[in-house]
Design a protein around this ligand. Structure first.
Ligand SMILES: Cc1cc2nc3c(=O)[nH]c(=O)nc-3n(C[C@H](O)[C@H](O)[C@H](O)COP(=O)(O)OP(=O)(O)OC[C@H]3O[C@@H](n4cnc5c(N)ncnc54)[C@H](O)[C@@H]3O)c2cc1C
Length: 285
């Protein structure tokens, strides 16, 4: 099928983009970034935006830079930008590992980090990264700019704190300390599919035991989130089988898994333990 008719806008500046969005948001006007989620749903007529505000010509939004202790990722930065580490140290390596699980190469050359975050698919890898590391989302409208914490940003399946007239101009990720250990494990039935379950973990070591553990899950519940019960099972313990199995069991018990026609909640709960343990095992190395 072909999309329903829409009016196309091609702003050249951020101000022009938010001004246009303010004018058309009330008529289901939407931002067009990489188009890798929006265009297919328009083709199926599951979405019928009357206006598209294409931000691909806004040069300022292609910015990817380190600002102090944050990595700023502009709205037009593609997934493929992360194929090679974009910053020295554990964060760059982690992002380069995660990106290879997003769809297929051609999709990664068009789809954007911020588009994934704005779209908020429960199984989005970048949403998981943002929730795990405590990202900041910078939203701009004609009324002003605000910063939203990842905790407040993700609200449910494809539901975020973004207002319809707000452009997500950038996501800021904290630069991980050089001694951070990180692990990521995703399971899906075919390469390139959305995850049925995935875990991202980071921690540091202090006097031979785990400190500052972060354990977050994606694809399991309606939104990605950290699991405090799993983190508590790790803090102050030496990394190893006992602590990892305790954290995996705590994660399994803590989640309220999604269910669909082919994947039961029971299966996802079991998978939660497995992906958590495997992500932790990776982080040891
Ligand atoms: C076959 C296939 C497999 C895929 N597999 C995966 C996968 O495994 N993991 C994964 O995470 N994704 C996957 N995707 C989705 C892909 O990553 C998309 O690129 C991503 O979901 C959306 O980014 P985009 O830039 O393409 O956004 P678009 O499609 O342009 O927009 C998506 C939505 O977000 C809004 N939006 C976009 N940018 C902004 C912004 N800056 N501010 C406000 N609103 C905005 C749009 O208005 C729209 O509603 C897959 C897609 C396909 C087609």
């Amino acid at each position: 099928m072909k999309p329903a008719p829409f009016q196309y806008h091609a702003p050249k500046t951020v101000d022009e983009a938010v001004k246009t969005l303010a004018e058309v948001a009330g008529e289901d006007g939407r931002i067009l970034a990489g188009g890798q989620s929006l265009v297919p749903i328009m083709a199926f007529r599951l979405a019928r935006p009357t206006h598209l505000v294409d931000i691909n010509g806004v040069e300022a939004l292609a910015r990817l830079a380190v600002d102090g202790d944050k990595l700023s990722i502009g709205a037009c930065v593609r997934h493929a930008a992360f194929h090679k580490p974009v910053v020295d140290g554990p964060l760059g390596r982690l992002l380069a590992k995660v990106v290879r699980h997003i769809a297929h190469y051609p999709i990664r050359t068009r789809g954007t980090f911020c588009g994934s975050v704005a779209h908020a698919d429960p199984a989005s890898e970048w949403c998981l990264v943002s929730a795990a590391l405590g990202a900041e989302m910078v939203a701009k409208s004609a009324k002003g700019t605000r910063t939203i914490s990842a905790e407040d940003f993700f609200q449910g399946i494809m539901t975020t704190a973004l207002q319809e007239d707000e452009l997500l101009v950038e996501v800021r990720l904290p630069i991980l300390p050089a001694d951070s250990r990180t692990g990521f494990y995703e399971f899906n039935r075919r390469a390139g599919d959305f995850a049925l379950g995935m875990a991202l973990v980071t921690y540091r070591m202090e006097n031979g035991v785990i400190s500052e553990p972060r354990v977050a899950l994606g694809g399991v519940e309606p939104l990605p989130r950290r699991i405090p019960q799993a983190e508590a099972a790790l803090a102050g313990r030496p990394p190893g089988r006992q602590a990892f199995e305790a954290a995996a069991a705590a994660a399994s018990a803590a989640v309220d898994p999604l269910e669909d026609a082919v994947t039961s909640a029971e299966y996802r709960r079991d998978l939660t333990g497995t992906v958590t343990r495997r992500a932790l095992e990776q982080a040891v190395i």
